[in-house]
Design a protein around this ligand. Structure first.
Ligand code: SF4
Length: 215
């Protein structure tokens, strides 16, 4: 019986991506291979609890939500995350998978909407990206740059242009790191340069300030 290590299961308001604001079920898988300087989900590094795919599916059914996100940590560290995604697609859910972009995203079944973080220099992880993943992105997928500084912003502009991401993906998302980069400062840069990107703020952190889990 196939199993996954799970950090938490919860339903909430989707806080990020073009799906922000939608009620969504979250499956946060355990483990991560990155150490981003500003990580806000370090608790997902733990071993988690073992659940069968059927147990996870049964929990998802209880939410009665059409939208589900598999996240982490880094969900693709567990190959059966792809099996779970297939199972949920077969059940008729819209399935988002958020990944740090370090592992081949083509392991995921067609139909999954992949939201790939492109790690910027201030994260300390940008040299660990699997850049061939950018060639795999499809029109339904989204890419996210989490920006901690002006350096990150300029770097993101360059990567976005070099890989023609705004044309190839559903959205390019620019998100300021909470406590590192003021939203108004990022907004000012975007208004000045007018890149084909969408600024986003983590909606769930504004709805439930101070809550680090289950939102
Ligand atoms: S990839 Fe995500 S979970 Fe892993 S260290 Fe970076 S922010 Fe944290």
């Amino acid at each position: 019986m196939k199993t996954l290590q799970v950090t938490e299961l919860f339903s909430s308001i989707q806080g990020e991506s073009t799906w922000a604001g939608c009620p969504c079920g979250f499956i946060r898988l355990a483990g991560c291979n990155f150490y981003c300087a500003w990580c806000d989900t370090a608790y997902s590094r733990g071993a988690g609890r073992t659940m069968t795919l059927a147990e996870i599916r049964d929990e998802v059914r209880k939410w009665h939500l059409p939208l589900v996100e598999i996240t982490g940590g880094e969900p693709l560290l567990q190959p059966d995350a792809a099996t779970l995604a297939s199972l949920l697609l077969e059940e008729g859910y819209t399935v988002l998978v958020e990944t740090n972009g370090s592992l081949p995203i083509d392991m995921l079944p067609a139909g999954v909407i992949r939201i790939m973080d492109i790690k910027c220099p201030d994260s300390g992880m940008h040299e660990k990206m699997e850049w061939s993943n950018l060639d795999q992105l499809a029109a339904r997928d989204e890419v996210k740059f989490v920006l901690a500084s002006r350096t990150d912003y300029l770097w993101a502009l360059e990567i976005m242009q070099r890989h023609d991401l705004s044309r190839r993906c559903a959205a390019v998302l620019f998100s300021p790191v909470t406590g590192w980069l003021e939203p108004a400062e990022l907004a000012g840069w975007i208004m000045e340069d007018k890149p084909p990107a969408r600024m986003q703020l983590p909606l769930h952190k504004y709805i439930w300030p101070g809550h680090t889990r289950g939102v």
